[in-house]
Design a protein around this ligand. Structure first.
Ligand code: HEC
Length: 101
């Protein structure tokens, strides 16, 4: 009886740990990538200064801007060099992150 209850409790807590870990990994990849933008564009893209705010812009606008900065189609001071570091998949994650804030 006692062993059975202990096993049930253990099973319950181990399933909680597994699902919590899965969630944390998913959130932190987008948040970690977006973090590299915060130094200039502000936390969550809410710019405190002269650099344009990027929070709440549509994901397609952010994707298009970053790809145009990468290719040089859109002239820039820093964004061309900064945007070069990201893959298409990473740009998609970053764009979705800021579009939701
Ligand atoms: C070193 C500072 C700096 C960092 C870091 C930075 N940006 Fe920028 N960003 C700028 C500046 C300055 C501009 C204006 C264009 C230019 O001169 O490069 C800009 C412009 C933009 C624009 C166009 C905004 C508009 O309204 O037209 C987008 C979108 C953008 N940045 C996204 C990002 C994302 C996403 C990241 C992180 C992956 C990022 N930026 C990191 C400085 C920065």
């Amino acid at each position: 009886m006692h062993i059975k209850i202990t096993a049930t409790i253990l099973l319950f807590f181990s399933s909680l740990v597994v699902s919590a870990t899965g969630l944390a990994v998913e959130i932190s990849q987008a948040a970690m990538l977006a973090n590299s933008c915060a130094g200039c564009h502000g936390t969550y893209g809410k710019s405190p200064g002269a650099i344009p705010a990027i929070n709440g812009k549509s994901a397609s606008f952010i994707v298009e801007s970053l790809k145009d900065f990468q290719s040089g189609a859109r002239p820039s001071t820093v964004m061309g060099r900064h945007a070069n570091g990201y893959s298409d998949q990473e740009i998609q994650l970053i764009a979705e992150f800021f579009s939701k804030h």
